[in-house]
Design a protein around this ligand. Structure first.
Ligand code: F6P
Length: 361
């Protein structure tokens, strides 16, 4: 009999519960026990906080959003922020304590579900001797080692539905609507939803944009008696010529961005340059919420089942990956090496250009 612990780290993504469902079922079939670590890796700091997961606990959860065991963005056990006696913030390494608890509980493997940050932590634990299997997760779909991550399809569906709705209000008021979607480093959500949702302009981090081109497209619409426009902007999009306006580039802080990110900046430029009535909105965490689509449920369950198979094969230190059409195992160090950017020779980029969408260049 084996004892497995599962954690879900980083930002949530629709499909996390479907992974947990599949892991619990696949382990049950083998007569293994599963425990959930609350709030990512940090749940292992206090063994009393671990929750035993049986079939009853996971009944029907595959169709729900979020994660039944919680997640955290601030939980790096190798550098955990704490307040010292002087009231100052500092960091401590609690990884030894976590490894100690893992061994004390006699766990055979830790299934770590997470994005690049959590998988990097998984890699460090594997290096320290913990048997770990990684499961990739991010709505941004930007992990190079796997064809797809779950949560992406749901995020794209949510964004597309929002764009569909914005068309009628934009048209009624002859307005330009600028919609900022998630995608710090890559433009996958913007590209997929923008094409599917009939956008006029899609701006992604991979193609620095020229505001002149964006405005030309809007004015060109008017020549064809289309007096409104839908602009989709990935949160990591940047203007050409080195003007840094996006998250992750260091010029502005996160909270400022949440109040006024690249979408708002693009909207104000359009207003100033074209005189068009312009509005902007940030879809934000809506894209991470709700029930996973069929595609994401299936992918998440395949990842969960494949992770349990890897334990059987003793392929520790690996991450499950979709290398279509099958599930594969990728060493964790390769899994976290590089981000999957939108390749400009990608057919979706060609499609966007073919159907007259301006990509800002
Ligand atoms: O999951 C990745 C992501 O969706 C990014 O695109 C976004 O910048 C980030 O999460 C926001 O997450 P949070 O507000 O939870 O830190």
């Amino acid at each position: 009999m084996k004892k497995i612990v599962i954690s879900t780290g980083g930002g949530d993504a629709p499909g996390l519960n479907a992974v947990i469902y599949a892991v619990v079922h696949a382990c049950y079939k083998r007569g293994w026990e599963v425990y959930g670590s609350r709030s990512g890796y940090m749940g292992l700091l206090d063994v009393d906080e671990l929750v035993r997961l049986g079939l009853d606990d996971v009944e029907d959860i595959y169709s729900t959003g979020g994660t039944i065991i919680g997640s955290t963005n601030k939980g790096d056990p190798f550098a955990m922020p704490v307040e010292n006696l002087a009231g100052e913030m500092t960091v401590v390494d609690v990884s030894d304590k976590i490894l100690h608890n893992f061994r004390r509980m006699r766990f055979d493997c830790h299934i770590a579900v997470g994005g690049d940050g959590s998988l990097e932590i998984a890699r460090k634990f594997a290096e320290k001797g913990m048997p770990v299997i990684g499961v990739p997760k991010t709505i941004d779909n930007d992990l190079e080692a796997t064809d797809r991550t779950f949560g992406f399809d749901t995020a794209v569906s949510t964004a597309t539905e929002a764009l569909d709705k914005l068309h009628s209000t934009a048209k009624s008021h002859d307005r330009v609507m600028v919609v900022e979607v998630m995608g710090r480093d890559s433009g996958w959500i913007a590209l997929y939803s923008g094409i599917s949702g009939g956008a006029d302009v899609i701006l992604i981090p991979e193609i620095p944009f020229d505001m002149e081109k964006v405005c030309e497209k809007i004015m060109d619409n008017a020549l064809h008696e289309k007096h409104y426009a839908i602009i989709v902007v990935a949160e990591g999009a940047v203007a050409a010529g080195g003007k840094v306006i996006s998250k992750g580039m260091g010029e502005v802080g996160r909270s400022e961005l949440l109040l006024g990110g690249v979408g708002e900046w693009v909207a104000s430029e359009i207003r100033a340059r074209t005189g068009k009535d312009t509005r902007s909105l940030v879809l934000g965490h809506l894209q991470r919420g709700g029930s996973p689509t069929t595609f994401d449920r299936l992918l998440a369950m395949r990842f969960g089942a494949a992770a349990v198979r890897l334990i059987e094969e003793k392929k520790f230190g690996h991450m499950v990956a979709l290398i279509s059409p099958n599930m594969s195992a990728v060493p964790l160090e390769d899994a976290v090496k590089s981000r999957k950017k939108v390749d400009l020779n990608n057919d979706k980029v060609f499609t966007a250009r073919e159907i007259g969408i301006c990509l800002g260049d």
